[in-house]
Design a protein around this ligand. Structure first.
Ligand code: GRF
Length: 216
């Protein structure tokens, strides 16, 4: 059973989707800690509900990013982690930590990368009248929202779609696809080899990425 650390900054709805998937054995893994850089993150409350170990590492307490990363690393090092999941974690981790955990850290991003890295992805989709929107799950490198793409979930943007509805639909597919991908990684059906994502016994691979279209 793989040992998973989940890093969050906010609501933690994706964290809860991962917890449920672990509890129903669709992920062959267990969450050994939840780390938040934000002491007020609602995800910490969700974690307590499931008796998960939590740790707050406030970025504001550290002089610079390297020191913050070192504190995160020091905490993780004690826990023998197989997989780190950034699920709504709003800090960029630097080279030292991303290289150390190369192939063992994944991030969830609410856009079809390389389109719209960073913030305000949903707003940009509406402003640009995009026909499709979606989510990306990728291995983490030191560059923001970059790193080898593992999977994308795609929805059609409705003609009169308002922002809140669009965000809600994106959340729904995040809660399905992220636990599914974590399950595949924990079973070693998805691995990173020489900086390239490798898939075993998986359909829906398009241009080297696992792609799913959702009718919701
Ligand atoms: C998700 O939409 C994720 O894609 C983005 O932040 C949101 C986090 O939501 N990076 P939650 O904290 O999992 O509810």
């Amino acid at each position: 059973m793989k040992r998973i650390a989940v890093l969050i900054s906010g609501s933690g709805s994706n964290l809860e989707a991962i917890i449920n998937a672990c509890n129903s054995n669709s992920i062959n893994g267990k969450i050994v800690c939840v780390i938040s850089n934000n002491p007020d993150a609602y995800g910490l409350k969700r974690s307590e509900k499931y008796n998960l170990r939590t740790k707050v590492i406030k970025h504001g307490d550290y002089l610079n990013r390297d020191n913050f990363d070192a504190a995160v690393d020091e905490y993780l090092a004690k826990l023998d982690i197989d997989l780190i999941v950034l699920a709504g974690f709003m800090r960029v981790l630097g080279k030292k930590i991303t290289e150390k955990y190369n192939g063992k850290i994944i991030n969830l991003h609410p856009s079809l990368l390389p389109l719209y890295p960073g913030l305000n992805t949903h707003k940009n989709v509406i402003i640009n009248k995009d026909k499709i929107h979606g989510i990306s799950i990728h291995y983490v490198s030191a560059k923001l929202d970059a790193g080898p793409l593992i999977a994308q979930g795609i929805i059609k943007v409705k003609g009169d779609q308002n922002l809140d509805e669009l965000i809600e639909r994106i959340h729904k597919i995040e809660h399905m696809l992220l636990p599914e991908i974590i399950g595949l990684i924990c079973n070693e059906n998805i691995t990173l080899k020489n900086n390239k994502v490798s898939y075993k016994e998986i359909d829906n691979i398009t241009n080297d990425i696992l792609v799913k279209n959702y009718e919701i």
